[in-house]
Write a protein that binds this ligand. Structure first.
Ligand code: BT5
Length: 323
């Protein structure tokens, strides 16, 4: 808490701020401020100290520590509480354990490194310590039917795309059902998992992975070469992950509340506008076999509607699209 308050005081000062003023703002002693500044320096913050003038923040590292992440939260529920982990098998797995033990709606799990990041259907999500943003949220959508939960994939994808478009000016598009793509390459993957009974959702775990920086040693080569996109390269400067996380959570909270209050229709309309899948000839690896045709719609349940060569329409509820 003290680190957060000191960092917040340094940021607000936008120049030098005295140790006394920081101590007053944080409600602690000057000695505690001195210790907090030392801790922040050890964590990679560059802080100048000058006699009679106080402290000045020169630069911040791109870190995902809880005090930095919480500083950029603009949400009511999402991100409360926060678990910031150095290393975990999968943030979805960790969040699921938390949810089982009663973690509240909005609980955020973010990790610097995932050792067993998951995609859908047992696939792998690759991430790189320091270069990726990987996080999961515990959601408890009260009153929503389990059959409507898959719409959350679209809600989340739209929220990420909106944040990237509005805050960073990136032409982010949505590839049905769970990818956010830029220039046709995958920047972000979304994994929605649920625990439910026939007519009751216990909890949903929403996992989001984003490639932010190009990993050192160009680990994007190999299987992901030409398929994966890296955010920095579209922004033209290194993006701070804690800031990005704050922007995405704000956007997600807005989309989520709209979805709860107004249903899927408005979300669907915007998803269709940003879709990179609609209007294209696609091949879909659907659970009951391959389907080929033109993707013509996303229906009121989030299914992809494909028009086959003889004019028949098929609704695909889950699958992978090759365009
Ligand atoms: C996804 O699955 O795209 C869901 C990814 C969700 C990842 C997050 S990270 C935080 C949370 N914790 C987890 O353990 N998971 C979630 P799917 O549509 O099945 O896509 C997986 C496929 O995407 C892989 O088979 C690769 O082809 C490709 N892929 C893997 N890593 C990638 C990356 N970093 N960038 C782009 N594509 C990637």
């Amino acid at each position: 808490m003290t680190l957060r308050k000191v960092l917040s005081g340094l940021l607000k000062a936008n120049g030098y701020v005295s140790g006394g003023a920081l101590a007053k703002g944080a409600g602690v002693s000057r000695n505690t401020i001195w210790k907090a500044v030392e801790q922040l320096r050890a964590d990679g913050y560059q802080i100048e100290a000058a006699p009679r003038r106080g402290y000045k923040l020169i630069s911040s590292p791109d870190c995902l520590r809880d005090y930095e992440v919480s500083l950029h939260l603009k949400t009511v529920d999402l991100g409360k509480p926060i678990h910031c982990l150095d290393r975990v098998d999968s943030t979805n797995q960790f969040a699921r354990q938390e949810a089982r033990q009663g973690a509240p709606h909005g609980t955020l799990v973010v990790a610097e490194e995932q050792t067993a990041g998951r995609g859908r259907l047992g696939r792998t999500w690759t991430s790189w310590p320091g270069a990726s943003l990987c996080f999961s949220l515990v959601l408890r959508p009260n009153g929503v039917a389990p059959t409507d939960a898959p719409q959350l994939t679209h809600v989340a994808a739209l929220a990420v795309a909106r944040a990237l478009r509005n805050d960073l000016g990136i032409d982010a598009r949505l590839k049905w059902p769970n990818d956010v793509v830029v220039d046709g390459r995958k920047l972000c993957g979304i994994l929605v998992e649920m625990s439910c009974e026939l007519d009751l959702i216990h909890y949903v775990i929403l996992g989001i992975g984003i490639n932010v920086h190009r990993p050192s040693g160009d680990l994007l080569e190999g299987g992901l070469a030409g398929k994966a996109a890296v955010l920095d390269e579209f922004v033209g400067a290194p993006v701070k992950r804690a800031l990005l996380l704050g922007a995405i959570l704000a956007s997600l909270e807005q989309c989520y509340i709209d979805w709860l209050n107004k249903g899927f229709e408005e979300i669907r309309r915007e998803v269709k506008l940003l879709s990179s899948t609609l209007g294209r000839h696609v091949e879909v690896a659907a659970p009951d076999g391959p389907v080929a045709g033109v993707a013509v719609d996303i229906d009121s349940r989030g299914a992809l509607v494909v028009e086959g060569p003889t004019g028949e329409f098929r609704k695909i509820y889950a699958g992978d699209v090759t365009a």
